[in-house]
Each structure stands twice: as structure tokens, then as C-alpha cells.
Ligand binder design. Structure first.
Ligand code: AMP
Length: 400
């Protein structure tokens, strides 16, 4: 963050979309904790902070009478927690624009924080409305975006608001800087050999990513339900496994491109199968291309885990996105756990590893391995789009 914040009011877009229980207590404050270094830096260098964020989707979940459920979606619930974390005065404005917000922003003193109400109470937020963005911008001297997870949306508070600040008066926060740095490290100058591990439910969600990985990967490991569409493309029998028949052609073309590019593609040799999609299913291991009818592949098998581990161990850069199976069910979690362990071990031996995508992040956290990989991205869809090579509006608005 290159801005001098002394006596400046900084409008900071954070991602405080935290889970709350029925009593509006925060059940996981990771997103708040991650924003603290940026906020603290601004306060400690003589500035004041005006925080803005969304929480949930209030306009999609209106009350029966069509009004906004303010009680459920207000950011006010976060104020006591923020006070404790920041150890400073945290004011709250019941509206993110308008008289009350203007007055409270104007009265803000260096070292103090003002939290604005949920930006998504206004349709103008998601529409990227210019007038609304201008009103937000008018509250502060400088703009800091630290919400990487929403950087792929051209919303008012994530993107359009930046148009109303000079280049020297806007920057990324620490969290966003780290996400961008780490993503660039893997896509622009990765140390070889590079192995990309991709899992999850659908080929359709990940095919662009897979094709992009062909530009710089040495090995691409495919697990999760996606692998069975690839098995179909290789004329395998996949029983009742989750497949996308309309993606078989794309899978075939991908294999052809990989061959031409000299990229090794690894599919699971065997699969842990269930006789139904349930935690208490009967379980049996079959070769992934010979799964009998009545059975579905729900995890990579032990041989697959071993051969994937061998390749991962020899890699210098590892990118992992998506679980190897239905890891939410203990009977089908072993493959994902094995990958998490070997990624951590390879990192311990000097490899660089980046884990991104909700479920693989959850797996690494569950196994308490988050500190044993090089970087855990909390960017979700935004990280996926960045790795795919797309320009993210929230980044372009500051760096472009
Ligand atoms: P994604 O969001 O695309 O990364 O997909 C994650 C979801 O894929 C998780 O909820 C997993 O349970 C699911 N998944 C992974 N492997 C399989 C599989 N073999 N069959 C069905 N679902 C799977």
C-alpha cells in the first residue's frame, strides 16, 4: 500500500460476508481477521477508515411483504466484534450513502473506524450504478480495495467507485496484494516442474482453467467427478458416476491439445465407489474405466492416490483446485486427504504450493495443513477467473 494515509479518510472495500448463527453471532471470523492488517496499517499511519461490504443477498431474500430483511442482513451485528479485533472506536452508519453516512464520515477522526451499512441494500450496488458509486466515493479521500473474492464483479463498491479517485489515491489492500502476487507467481513465472491438480464436480466449470493450465503445466492431475467424463471420452464404463455427456467432446479435445503440448494428463486408475450417493453407501474399489452399473465413483482409489502423490512429490510448483471426491462423506474423503498431505509434504521440501477453490481450502483447513502449504487463496470464483487469464474488473479499476 503506497498511499500516505496521514489525516486521510480511506474508503476500504472489505469482504465481511461472514457466516452468522440464528442469534447473529459470527461463527467464522476468518474474513474479518484477514482484513485487520490493512485496516490497522491505515489507522497506525494516521488515517481513518470507512469500511464497506456486502453481507448475503438481501435483495434476493426479501421479506414476504417485499421489504428488505434489515434485521438479518445488517452489518451492525459485526460492530462489537470489530471493536474487539481493532481495539479502537468503531462507529456505524445505518445507511451506506445519504445524510447519516456523510455526517458520520465527516466527523471521523484519525485512528477511528466507520462501518457503513450493507451496500447490497441498494440495487445500484450490483448494477454498478455511477451516481451511487459517486456518493460512496464522496465520503473519503482515498480508496482501498481489499476484497479479492468480489473482484470479478463490476459492482459499485468493488469497481465503479474507483473511477472517482485519481490513480495516486487508490490502491489494493494487503490481502488483495497477496492474492494477486501469488496468482501471478504461478501463472507468470512458475518454477518447473509444474503440477496442476484439478477436482470437483463439473468439467464445464473447470474446462477453461484446464486449457489455460496447458500453457505452463508439466502435469495435470484430474480427480473428482470430472474424471468420469474424461473416462467416457476414453470409452471407459463409468456405471452411475456423475458425468456430463455434453462435455465428452470437450474432454477429448482437451486430451488431444495436452498431447500436442507435451503435457502429461493423469486420470485416476482406480476409484472408491459407492452403491448410492450417501455416507452409508456400500463401498468397493473398481478400476475407474470399469465401474459396474449400480456403482458410482465417489473418490479416487488407493492406486490413483499413490501415482498422483508420486508426481506431486517431484513438483516444484503445485496448484490445487477442487477435491478428489465427495470429501464431505468420510468414506470418500481419503483421496482428498492424501493429496492434501502430499502437497504439504512437497511444500516442506521446498516446492511452492497454492490451494484455491472453496472445497480444497476446506479440506486443507480441516486437516490443519493450511500453514504447511505456501498460499491458501480465499478468492473462490475470483481466483478461478484470474487463473483462467480473465481481466477482473476490480483489479483493472485500480491497476489498469
Ligand atoms: P467444485 O465446487 O466444482 O470444486 O466441486 C466440489 C464438489 O464436488 C464437492 O461438493 C464434492 O462433493 C463434489 N464431488 C467431488 N467428487 C465427486 C464425485 N466423484 N461424485 C460426485 N460429486 C463429487
Amino acid at each position: 500500500m503506497k498511499i500516505n494515509f496521514q489525516n486521510k479518510k480511506a474508503l476500504v472495500r472489505v469482504d465481511f460476508n461472514v457466516p452468522l448463527d440464528k442469534d447473529y453471532k459470527i461463527t467464522d471470523d476468518t474474513r474479518i481477521r484477514e482484513a485487520v492488517p490493512t485496516i490497522r496499517h491505515i489507522l497506525d499511519t494516521g488515517g481513518s477508515v470507512i469500511l464497506m461490504s456486502h453481507l448475503g443477498r438481501p435483495l434476493q431474500k426479501l421479506n414476504a411483504d417485499g421489504t428488505i430483511n434489515r434485521e438479518k442482513f445488517t452489518l451492525k451485528h459485526l460492530v462489537p466484534h470489530l471493536r474487539r479485533k481493532l481495539k479502537t472506536r468503531v462507529h456505524f452508519a445505518e445507511d451506506c450513502v445519504g445524510k447519516n453516512a456523510v455526517k458520520k464520515a465527516a466527523a471521523l477522526k484519525p485512528g477511528e473506524v466507520l462501518l457503513l451499512e450493507n451496500t447490497r441494500f441498494y440495487p445500484e450496488e450490483e448494477n454498478g450504478d455511477a451516481e451511487f458509486s459517486k456518493k460512496l466515493a464522496a465520503l473519503a479521500d482515498v480508496y482501498v480495495n481489499d476484497a479479492f473474492g468480489t473482484a470479478h464483479r463490476a459492482h459499485a463498491s468493488t469497481t465503479i467507485v474507483a473511477n472517482y479517485f485519481d490513480k495516486k489515491n487508490k490502491c489494493f489492500g494487503f490481502l488483495m496484494e497477496r492474492e494477486i502476487e501469488n496468482a501471478n507467481r504461478v501463472i507468470k513465472s512458475p518454477e518447473k516442474p509444474v503440477t496442476c491438480v484439478v477436482g470437483g464436480a463439473k468439467v464445464s466449470d473447470k474446462i477453461v482453467l484446464l486449457e489455460r493450465f496447458l500453457d505452463f503445466a508439466d502435469n495435470i492431475i484430474i480427480g473428482g467427478a470430472m474424471a468420469y467424463t474424461f473416462m467416457l471420452a476414453k470409452k471407459g464404463l463409468v456405471g452411475n458416476s456423475l458425468v456430463e455427456p455434453d462435455r465428452v467432446k470437450a474432454a477429448k479435445e482437451f486430451m488431444k491439445k495436452a498431447k500436442a503440448a507435451g503435457v502429461k494428463v493423469l486420470l485416476p486408475k482406480d476409484s472408491v465407489c459407492g452403491d448410492k450417493f450417501a455416507a452409508d453407501a456400500a463401498v468397493e474399489v473398481f478400476p475407474s474405466h470399469q465401474i459396474p452399473d449400480g456403482w458410482m465413483g465417489l473418490d479416487i482409489g488407493p492406486s490413483a492416490a499413490k501415482s498422483f502423490a508420486r508426481v506431486i512429490r517431484q513438483s516444484k510448483t503445485i496448484i490445487w483446485n477442487g477435491p478428489m471426491g465427495v470429501f464431505e462423506m468420510p468414506a470418500f474423503a481419503e483421496g482428498t486427504k492424501a493429496v492434501a498431505k502430499v502437497v504439504a509434504r512437497a511444500t516442506g521440501k521446498g516446492a511452492y504450493s497454492m490451494v484455491g477453490g472453496g472445497d480444497s481450502v476446506a479440506a486443507v483447513n480441516q486437516m490443519k495443513l493450511a500453514k504447511k502449504v505456501s498460499f491458501v487463496s480465499t478468492g473462490g470464483g475470483a481466483m478461478l477467473e484470474y487463473l483462467e487469464g480473465r481481466e477482473l474488473p476490480g483489479i483493472a479499476a485500480i491497476a489498469g
